[in-house]
Write a protein that binds this ligand. Structure first.
Ligand SMILES: [Zn+2]
Length: 235
């Protein structure tokens, strides 16, 4: 229980009782193993920092932050946020082989320079992609700078964002072309409303404009003339 001694040594200035209460609440919230791997808890600028000695644990605790916060603000209403940080005490240097393990799942790394194993990298990227797709579905006019600003944990790269956007645009273009053929060649009237809707979405995505800002000029400039002609007839 070295960490508790450290904690007590650090806080002999004031309110030890208060700090012990914090520790006690924390102890009831985590498993014994996690408790033992916690170096210290401290509050700074209304943020409660939980410092643990290993990244895998930090990641596990990260997903429980909201549960912790709910329990802790009952006694510490001033705390507005919880942050999990990783710190290694000099006397607890991990064995060299740990340095070549994936920080997320702990599996052995083949490339010793990377932080995560290839499977975890794929999973992370897939998660980010899903978020980009959702955002593009909900607000197709969103721009990279805007979506980037909403992300704090897993940063979105511009390349990934543009790839997703290009993919969505190409999918839409396929649907537009299909509808065009149905309307023009097969005289299928049922596709008109879908056609109009997809053309609008295509323009929104392509130019990052909000629906109310679409002009007939934009539509004209960004559609092949044969498709534009049908669009004008449908509207
Ligand atoms: Zn992994």
């Amino acid at each position: 229980m070295q960490h508790i001694k450290n904690l007590l040594a650090d806080m002999n200035n004031k309110n030890i009782k208060d700090q012990l209460l914090l520790l006690e609440i924390y102890r009831t919230l985590v498993e014994k193993e996690a408790f033992l791997k916690t170096n210290q808890l401290f509050i700074k600028n209304r943020i409660l920092y939980i410092e643990v000695n290993n990244p895998v644990l930090a990641n596990q605790l990260h997903y429980k932050k909201n549960i912790f916060l709910k329990a802790i603000i009952q006694k510490y209403p001033n705390i507005k946020e919880i942050r999990i940080i990783v710190g290694t005490k000099p006397d607890e240097k991990q064995p060299a082989e740990d340095e070549h393990k994936c920080r997320k799942c702990g599996s052995k790394l083949l490339a010793k320079s990377s932080r995560l194993c290839s499977l975890c990298i794929c999973r992370e990227e897939e998660r980010v992609k899903q978020r980009v797709r959702k955002a593009l579905l909900k607000t197709p006019w969103i721009q990279f700078e805007e979506i980037k600003a909403t992300e704090t944990i897993n940063p979105i790269s511009k390349r990934l964002f543009m790839d997703e956007k290009r993919y969505e645009i190409s999918q839409l273009y396929d649907i537009i072309s299909q509808c065009y053929r149905e309307i023009k060649i097969n005289k299928n009237e049922k596709n008109k409303s879908i056609f109009i809707e997809k053309v609008k979405k295509y323009i929104i995505l392509k130019l990052s404009v909000r629906p109310e800002k679409i002009t007939s000029e934009m539509v004209k400039n960004h559609l092949p003339s044969r498709i534009h002609k049908v669009y004008c007839e449908c509207e």
